[in-house]
Design a protein around this ligand. Structure first.
Ligand code: ADP
Ligand code: 3PG
Ligand code: MG
Length: 393
């Protein structure tokens, strides 16, 4: 059992470096689409401010290459101020003397949000010098960033190796709920995978072939699989580096007698059509881009979902942020909600879609983790949790 924030004593006046996952989904102009990941981080922040710690929050947002306004955490500091009722300051640096002075002048119970840690390339590289510079800001490290606990980055994994540490309340809840569901899954167990992070997420499908009865693949993930089967995909998003994995997963599933269901029709655009007129097609021609599953696929998926007793879903089935391409994801969300199965929906975008579709209250567990949930199911553990101290008994 990992040490949690509630096991920490004498927090008054201590500087707690709290890693959260504020990687919220954004629309095309950078507006926040869903506050789930912020809301879920609040209990740990509140707990720490009530203990009168000085809370220094670290987070990432998106996949920026250097600074970009769109991925700044500034707008989140304003949201936090409203939600917390305590003082929330913002720093556009994540280490150094300026930040240290800022922290010194804070009162116990105040909050300081640091700028997006992914603006620094050292974060992704898990640069230990960078991790050390951040660690110098505080006394204790608390990791509550379940959504990104599958990535060994400087502010999640590296820093935990340099400081006394614990997990937050969200991390504890997410870990326990997902582990419990996977201990003895109910059958028929249906896994649904979509989204775009194919290289990150494709390997989990092998594990799903072992534990699930049916695997549904949609979203941009589907085109790499269709290509592996020799089905034309036009100009749709594909990942050639993952093609071999896709072939192996298809072969493995058929050798185990497990069903992998892929889209049989698509909502598409023509690459050069400036007007962006969508249409439905069974076959993606050379100049077409698949943007969503078509109505026949949605029906096929819904039929498989109807008889499920347990469902795990990560990744929208189309580019749902664009109103033209949300139907497939919404139809599947409604089918999951109506199934009565124990359902886990995880991921920033997937949860946002389910909420927009107004079926969130019919989902058994909404997880902040997409990739993290899949990794936990795949390995039974998460790298960023492994480096956290055990509870002292
Ligand atoms: P989650 O955040 O739920 O873990 P991902 O981040 O893996 O999910 O994937 C979500 C993204 O996938 C969304 O931005 C969505 O637009 C995109 N997406 C899904 N299907 C397609 C598609 N056919 N073409 C382009 N983008 C897609
Ligand atoms: C990340 O680090 O990419 C995210 O916080 C996890 O996002 P996901 O839900 O898209 O996997
Ligand atoms: Mg996402």
């Amino acid at each position: 059992m990992k040490r949690t924030v509630q096991d920490l004593v004498g927090l008054k006046g201590k500087v707690v470096l709290l890693r959260v996952d504020f990687n919220v989904p954004l629309d095309t102009v950078g507006r926040i689409l869903d506050l789930n990941r912020i809301n879920k981080a609040i209990p740990t922040i509140k707990y720490l401010t009530e203990q009168k710690a000085k809370v220094v929050i670290i987070s990432s947002l998106g996949r920026p290459i250097g600074y970009e306004v769109r991925s700044s955490l500034w707008q989140i500091s304003l949201i936090l101020m409203k939600k917390l009722g305590s003082k929330v300051y913002f720093s556009n640096k994540v280490y150094g003397d300026e930040v240290k002075v800022r922290i010194k002048t804070m009162e116990p119970g105040d909050v300081l949000l640091l700028e997006n840690v992914r603006f620094y390339p050292e974060e992704k590289a898990c640069d230990m010098k960078f991790a050390r510079k951040i660690s110098e800001l505080g006394d204790i490290f608390v990791n509550d960033a379940f959504g990104t606990a599958h990535r060994k980055h400087a502010s999640t994994y590296g820093i935990a190796r340099l400081m006394p540490n614990a997990i937050g309340l969200l991390m504890e809840k997410e870990y326990n709920s997902i582990s419990a569901a996977m201990e003895s899954p109910k059958h028929p167990f249906v896994a649904i995978i979509g989204g775009t992070k194919v290289p990150d997420k494709i390997k989990i499908l092998k594990r799903f072939v072992d534990v699930a009865d049916t695997i549904i693949i949609g979203g941009a993930m589907a085109y790499t699989f269709l290509l592996a089967k020799g089905v034309p995909v036009g100009q749709s998003i594909t990942y050639l580096d993952s093609l071999q994995d896709a072939r192996e997963i298809l072969d493995y599933a058929s050798s185990c007698g497990k069903k992998i269901i892929l889209p049989i029709d698509h909502v598409a655009l023509r690459k050069d059509d400036k007007k962006g007129k969508k249409f439905v097609t069974d076959i993606l021609g050379e100049d077409m881009v698949g943007m969503d599953i078509g109505p026949k696929s949605a029906k096929l998926f819904a039929t498989a979902i109807k008889s499920a007793k347990q469902i795990i879903w990560n990744g929208p089935l189309g580019k749902y942020e664009d109103p033209r391409f949300k139907d497939g994801t919404f139809k599947v969300a409604k089918a999951v909600a109506a199934s009565g199965a124990y359902s886990i929906v995880g991921g920033g975008d997937s949860v946002s879609a389910v909420k927009e579709c107004k079926v969130a209250d019919k989902i058994s567990f909404l997880s902040t983790g997409g990739g993290a949930t899949l990794k936990l199911i795949e390995d039974g553990k998460l790298p960023c949790l492994e480096v956290i101290q055990e509870k002292i008994r």
